[in-house]
Design a binder for this molecule. Structure first.
Ligand code: ADP
Ligand code: MG
Length: 247
């Protein structure tokens, strides 16, 4: 489903990704790990089409080349990115924001728009699953939300939009154990044969709750190692430097 080939990305003249290859087949959940500053968020941002990066290479989703498309066209193609640091948007109502995003995608998919009344029912149902306070819907997007509320709001958006490819950047950071379990349950609930998920995480904790099909280590601008879930356990014990030749 997701095929990344020879991806290079530079920011401020510094190459952060240098020839990265990655395949995520349909229906699979992959974990992307790696030390701080390895380029994990850069990869997520480049996939989503954030500007400020010089990018070459190829990123195909269901055979559609994403590089060169605008962020909203990538979303219409099925991509969703949950941010490591969700943005606060004072003055834009959360409900309005989420419904506008959903209806933009539905239009792109040739579906009817969801009415305000139907949307509230839909959103409340998902919020209950995430143990979210319904009042968060009537506030401005992430404005004054706690770290955990922001992360849950990302997962709420994910649950409503039902994308083909889910990229979650450190969705587990800032969550306590109970919130982490609810978020992990949502990710598991969304597991489906026609959806792929990339979980970017620093910590193996999340991967005890959402068991990945594959684990990749991003380092030196490319995928340095890949393995099954046991690689996450190994990294949890030994850290990212284990098994590397001494320079
Ligand atoms: P990770 O998410 O793996 O911790 P990042 O992708 O955030 O790593 O960062 C990778 C490297 O790119 C870091 O050295 C970071 O300082 C640098 N970098 C990322 N974004 C920018 C930016 N906008 N300007 C300058 N340097 C950046
Ligand atoms: Mg990051």
């Amino acid at each position: 489903m997701l095929t990344i080939r020879d991806l290079h990305a530079s920011v401020d003249g510094r190459e952060v990704l240098s020839g990265l290859d990655l395949d995520v087949p349909a229906g699979e959940v992959h974990a992307l790990m790696g030390p701080n500053g390895a380029g994990k968020s850069t990869l997520a941002n480049v996939l989503a089409g954030r500007d400020g990066y010089d990018v070459t290479g190829s990123v195909a989703l269901d055979g559609v080349e994403l590089l060169g498309l605008a962020p909203e066209e990538r979303a219409a193609a099925g991509l969703f990115l949950g941010f490591q640091h969700p943005m606060e948007i004072p003055g834009v109502g959360n409900m309005y924001f989420l419904r506008t995003a959903l209806n933009a995608l539905r239009r792109a998919r040739g579906l009817d728009e969801v009415s305000a009344v139907d949307f509230i029912g839909l959103a409340r149902g998902q919020m209950a699953l995430l143990d979210m306070d319904p009042s968060l819907l009537s506030r401005s997007v992430n404005d004054g939300f706690s770290g955990g509320e922001k992360k849950r709001n990302e997962v709420l958006q994910l649950s409503l939009l039902e994308p083909r490819l889910v990229v979650l950047d450190e969705i587990d950071s800032g969550l306590d154990v109970d919130a982490l379990r609810l978020v992990a349950d949502s990710v598991e609930r969304l597991r489906s044969p026609d959806r792929s998920t990339v979980i970017i995480t620093h910590y193996p904790r999340m991967l005890e709750l959402v068991v990945p099909d594959r684990v990749h280590v991003l380092r030196g601008g490319r995928i340095e190692r890949s393995g099954d879930r046991s690689l996450a356990d190994e990294l949890a014990v030994a850290g990212f430097d284990a098994g590397r030749p001494v320079p």
